[in-house]
Design a protein around this ligand. Structure first.
Ligand SMILES: [Zn+2]
Length: 223
C-alpha cells in the first residue's frame, strides 16, 4: 500500500512522542502514513512489570505495544529493521541506508519525517537514524520523495529555524495519551517527559518539524 507520508525513527514510541497528532490527522484525511523503526527498543528501560524480561522478550513486548499504538494512530504499516537498540551508530552504514531506500521505494512517500541531526535529545540512535535517513533520501535513489522534515528540536528552534509543519496537540490530546499508554513498558520515561497523562501538558503542546531538504536542495542549519 502506498501512502504519501513516511515516518522513520529509531525506537517504538519515538513516533508517538514526536508526531502522534500529525499521524492521526493524516490518517483522518484518508492518507495513513507508513512507519519504519530501526530497532525494536530491546535495550529500553525495564521498569515495573517488564523488569524480569530479557532483551529479546522486551523486543517482542515492544513490537506488540507498537502495533497497538499504530492502530490508535491509524498508521498503515509498521516495519522493523531490527538493529540492536543503543548501537545504531555502529551498524554497517551502506547496508542500513540500502534497507531504508528499499522501504521508501516500496511505499513511495512524497514526504519523510525523522529526527534532526543532533537527535533532538542527543540519543546516539536518534542521531544515527537522522544521518541514515538523510543519506537515503538524498541518495538520488528515492524518486518519490520530494521533502524531508526534521523534528524541530529546541536546538533548531533556538537557532531561529521556523517550523514548516506545526500541529497543536491540545484538541487530540486524549488520542496522543492513549497511544503513549499503549507503550506501557516505557510508561515511566513517558510520564517523566509528559507528566501525568490525564493532564494536558502545555509545555509539550506542539509537534513541530522543519523542512530539511526539498527536491535536491538542503536547508541550513547543518547541526
Ligand atoms: Zn527513541
Amino acid at each position: 500500500m502506498s501512502s504519501t507520508t513516511a515516518f522513520i525513527y529509531a525506537h517504538p514510541d519515538d513516533e508517538t512522542f514526536l508526531s502522534s497528532c500529525l499521524i492521526r490527522q493524516l490518517a483522518d484525511q484518508g492518507d495513513p502514513p507508513s512507519l519504519l523503526l530501526a530497532t525494536k527498543g530491546d535495550a529500553g528501560k525495564k521498569n515495573g512489570h517488564v523488569s524480569h524480561l530479557t532483551n529479546d522478550e522486551l523486543a517482542s513486548v515492544r513490537v506488540k505495544e507498537m502495533d497497538k499504538a499504530a492502530e490508535i494512530l491509524g498508521i498503515s504499516v509498521v516495519e522493523h529493521l531490527g538493529y540492536p537498540d543503543g548501537k545504531l551508530g555502529l551498524v554497517n552504514e551502506a547496508e542500513a541506508v540500502e534497507a531504508i531506500i528499499s522501504f521508501i521505494n516500496r511505499h513511495k512517500p512524497e514526504s519523510v519525517f525523522t529526527f534532526p541531526k543532533d537527535g533532538g535529545n542527543g540519543h546516539p540512535d536518534h542521531v544515527a537514524i537522522s544521518r541514515l535517513t538523510t543519506l537515503a533520501v538524498t541518495s538520488g535513489r528515492c524518486p518519490s520523495v520530494q521533502r524531508l522534515y526534521y523534528h524541530a528540536s529546541g536546538t533548531l528552534l533556538s537557532q531561529g529555524c521556523l517550523p514548516a509543519v506545526t500541529v497543536d496537540t491540545e484538541p487530540d490530546w486524549r488520542v496522543k495519551a492513549e497511544a503513549l499508554r499503549a507503550h506501557a513498558s516505557q510508561i515511566f520515561a513517558i510520564e517523566r517527559y509528559f507528566g501525568d497523562l490525564s493532564v494536558f501538558p502545555e509545555q509539550r503542546r506542539f509537534e513541530a518539524f522543519i523542512l530539511a531538504w526539498e527536491n535536491g536542495v538542503s536547508f541550513p542549519p547543518a547541526t
